[in-house]
Design a protein around this ligand. Structure first.
Ligand code: NAX
Length: 341
């Protein structure tokens, strides 16, 4: 089966780290891939250079590449859409300005996906504010009349918190001096912003409760709790800013890697392993229905995802998650106030 994958912001930094790995088979293995690359007119020259380099790699699985500035052409028959392109935050822009600029982008892209993509398309929103952009795109997708007479299900739209998840895995691994492969059940809750809640309470290290393992290296449970609150959570939530400070540019390779992890797991399943995905809430854990929030998820081999339910939240986690949900609700209200919902 040939997979058609649309990537927006295709001449940008994250796409430059993503397209070559996708074309090399890191998501679909040897299955043929068709790429549909969307950019704004000002970036088509840069995109030409990317096309040349894709050609020069002679990837056997890459059977077709189309570069376009037309969203309907980019999303036509897409099996997957990686929405990386977004309006950048410019000097003097406040949050409402950013939401307004991106609301336009994600309204347009969502509507085109609703009309043109396959009904079971997998949409991964990377461009920020990712959760609310996903909400806007899903809303406009679901309003479109389609040739097949169906309406797009908003649950096909997800946002990327896998980078935060991967950062949390690495931060824990470094603290306890264990390989990342020994860790499971890390969770990111809420918004992909600095209110996110990186959570290791239920994590396991080689099958042992992570809080116990952290307590051993911290000289006791109280010191372990302090490390989580004062180091682990803020370090993961602010890691993006730390990368910018060190590199002079935002995370690109790690964001691309996480987007590929998200798409691969959503396509082929997680074999019972929990991953973090921002998905449309059906009211799980008190998150208002319809908000796109990060949850612990598993994906079946047929590609259907579900939120892991039944986790008992203590007061501290509950309060942190509530604060992140409140931020998501206020972004939704702002987007509605600007006419995007
Ligand atoms: P770049 O500025 O390098 O690239 C963005 C590209 O998007 C540009 O080439 C631009 O021309 C294009 N673009 C803008 N509007 C477009 C439109 N309407 N249609 C098609 N293309 C459009 O940014 P990059 O570093 O690639 O980051 C992209 C987005 O990812 C940003 O919004 C960034 O904040 C977000 N991130 C999200 C992360 C996550 O974990 N969810 C982490 C990394 C990153 O910060």
């Amino acid at each position: 089966m040939t997979r058609t994958v649309a990537v927006t912001g295709a001449a940008g930094s994250i796409a430059y780290a993503l397209l070559f790995r996708l074309a090399a088979g890191e998501v679909y293995g040897k299955e043929p891939v068709r790429l549909r690359l969307l950019e704004v007119p000002q970036a088509v020259d840069r995109l030409d250079g990317v096309l040349m380099e894709l050609a020069d790699c002679a990837f056997p699985a890459l059977v077709d590449v189309v570069a376009t500035t037309d969203p309907d052409e980019a999303f036509a028959d897409a099996d997957a859409a990686l929405l990386v392109g977004a309006a950048p935050r410019q000097e003097g822009m406040n949050r409402a300005d950013l939401l307004r600029a991106n609301g336009e982008v994600f309204r347009t892209h969502g509507a085109a996906i609703g009309r043109a993509a396959k009904a079971d398309v997998r949409v991964v929103v990377v461009g920020n504010p990712a959760n609310t952009n996903a909400l806007i795109a899903a809303h406009h997708a679901s309003l479109q009349d389609r040739e097949d007479g169906r309406r797009m299900d908003p649950a096909r739209f997800t946002a990327l918190t896998r980078l935060d998840h991967n950062r949390a895995m690495s931060a824990l691994a470094a603290k306890i001096d264990a390989p990342v492969g020994s860790i499971e059940r890390i969770t990111i809750w809420g918004n992909h912003s600095n209110t996110q809640v990186p959570d290791l309470t239920d994590a396991l290290v080689d099958g042992r409760p992570a809080p116990e393992v952290v307590a051993e290296v911290c000289d006791g449970p109280a010191a372990a709790r302090d490390w989580v609150a004062d180091d682990f959570i803020p370090a993961v939530a602010n890691r993006g800013a730390a990368v910018i400070a060190a590199r002079g540019a935002s995370s690109a390779a790690s964001a691309a890697s996480a987007a590929l992890d998200h798409l691969r797991d959503w396509t082929f399943g997680t074999d019972g392993v929990r991953v973090s995905m921002a998905v449309r809430s059906s009211g799980e854990y008190g998150v208002p229905e319809g908000l796109v929030s990060s949850f612990p998820c598993t994906v079946e081999a047929d590609g259907s995802y579900r939120v892991v339910e039944g986790i008992e939240l203590d007061a501290d986690r509950r309060a942190r998650i509530d604060a992140s949900i409140a931020e998501l609700a206020s972004e939704r209200d702002e987007a509605a106030g600007l006419g995007f919902l």
